[in-house]
Design a protein around this ligand. Structure first.
Ligand SMILES: Nc1ncnc2c1ncn2[C@@H]1O[C@H](COP(=O)(O)OP(=O)(O)OP(=O)(O)O)[C@@H](O)[C@H]1O
Length: 228
């Protein structure tokens, strides 16, 4: 589902942010990506979304060679990938319902489907009653759950989560992780970038550890061992 073949990425600085990385994540897997600040995790996420081009190598998502995609094809390609970030990135002037519906409106989903899908997503993340609230009226954990509902409403094949618990306390972090696990169990391939050592060690999932632009370990039921 996600394949990197000998991928390198150099920014203008000359030091490679990723150095000859090869990686294969199969359909339905749950993977953590861990590593020190500056090890290349965000660069990896940006390459998967085609927000960046590799300097060398190939990125292949769901059998699509990203380098062959034209500009016009990028938005449609990105619909296959739901994304959540540390800072939630909700629309502040729209309520919860509209934040989720927005993701469907941009791809011109008929209103009857929006009316069906948004409440279903809100129930899944446990926020059915908060559909009229604005982001400022929600806790961090609730905001992240709305962001997750938005990322998933168009049924992407892959969910990328870049530090999804970075702004959350331990209880809310666990709730988000459990939701990610549930989403994975329903078939979505999930890749989570995180610094949350306790969660990584408890979840017993595949763990890819990066250091200075290379993968230094890749373990099936791994832990988070590197210094931070
Ligand atoms: N736009 C950029 N221009 C130049 N160098 C960059 C750019 N973005 C990242 N880098 C460099 O590339 C390397 C990898 O950065 P990256 O953001 O991928 O690391 P990271 O593992 O995501 O770090 P963090 O955990 O702090 O988010 C770092 O040395 C960083 O300074």
């Amino acid at each position: 589902m996600i394949k990197l073949e000998n991928v390198s990425k150099e920014y203008m600085t000359g030091m490679p942010a990723l150095n000859n990385v090869s990686l294969h994540v199969r359909k339905g897997e749950f993977v953590f990506v861990v590593g020190n600040s500056g090890s290349g995790k965000s660069t990896l996420v940006k390459l998967l979304l085609k927000e960046l081009e590799p300097t060398e190598g190939e990125v292949i998502i769901d059998n699509v060679h990203l380098k062959r995609l034209t500009h016009r094809q990028i938005p449609k390609f990105r619909r296959n990938i739901g994304v959540v970030f540390q800072d939630f990135r909700l629309l502040k002037d729209r309520n919860v319902y509209e934040n989720i519906a927005f993701a469907q409106r941009v791809i011109e989903t008929p209103t009857r489907y929006i009316k069906r899908d948004v409440p279903a997503m809100l129930s899944m993340v446990g926020l059915a009653e908060k559909y009229k609230s604005f982001p400022r009226q929600l806790s961090g954990g609730e905001q992240q759950r709305v962001a997750l509902a938005r990322a998933l409403v168009n049924k992407p094949k892959i969910l990328l989560a870049d530090e999804p618990t970075g702004n959350l306390d331990p209880k809310n972090s666990w709730e988000i992780m459990k939701l990610l696990e549930e989403i994975n169990q329903q078939g979505t391939t999930v890749l989570v970038v995180t610094h949350n050592r306790e969660i990584v060690n408890a979840m017993k999932k595949r763990v890819i550890t990066m250091r200075k632009g290379v993968i230094v370990s890749d373990e099936k039921q791994g832990g988070y061992y590197d210094e931070d």
